[in-house]
Design a binder for this molecule. Structure first.
Ligand SMILES: [Zn+2]
Length: 194
């Protein structure tokens, strides 16, 4: 075997090892990715936490938090809530709860039914009982249960369109939204390709 062929085989082996390693890392870190609702052991109240997914996949079973809704004030806590995550990882994913909530419901503006959502892109929003549009970032986790019971879902299209209308009233040419089943959606879709 000459040197050139030898180095080619070596490079191929290294590339294959890198590929397998990367796939394993991505797969095992995705197991922990996403925010989860936990009950904070200190306050007994719900908190949203994010697991350091890369760290968790590299050094099981040493899992640590990347973020918590109670930080930075309680950043030095013992992260005892992680014992819950070990028991049922994924079951209490916030995005899972929210996606189930949207599924089969209808947008408060255009009445379109929500399809199966992909939580990472085009997140839908909410309409409060008082008529205020809100994104999920504005929702305090302590009130999550009340929000799910009393707020109405708003699709991403309508959320963006409504906010755009408020921010740039001079640029908007389509007719004002009618809060009924036919007007709003058609008005928007007819003019969105201007
Ligand atoms: Zn809508």
């Amino acid at each position: 075997m000459n040197t050139a062929a030898g180095s080619l085989i070596a490079i191929a082996l290294i590339a294959a090892a890198l590929w397998v390693g990367t796939r394993w890392l991505v797969r095992s870190s995705s197991r922990y990715r996403g925010s989860r609702i936990v009950v904070c052991p200190e306050t007994k109240r719900p908190a949203i936490v994010a697991v350091d997914s890369l760290h968790a996949s590299l050094s099981l079973p040493d899992i640590r938090l990347e973020n918590c809704s109670r930080w930075p004030i309680k950043a030095q806590c013992g992260q005892e809530c992680l014992t819950d995550l070990d028991v049922a990882p994924g079951r209490c994913l916030v995005s899972g709860v929210l996606m189930r909530w949207y599924r089969g419901r209808n947008c408060a503006y255009c009445s379109k039914e929500f399809p199966d959502l992909h939580w990472l892109d085009h997140r839908p929003a909410l309409l409060s009982p008082a008529g205020k549009r809100m994104s999920w970032n504005e929702i305090n986790v302590d009130t999550l249960q009340t929000v799910l019971e009393t707020y109405s879902p708003v699709c991403w299209d309508c959320y963006i369109a409504q906010n755009f209308r408020l921010d740039h009233p001079d640029l908007v040419t389509y007719r004002p939204w009618l809060n009924d089943n036919s007007g709003g959606a058609d008005g928007w879709s007819a003019s969105r390709h201007h």
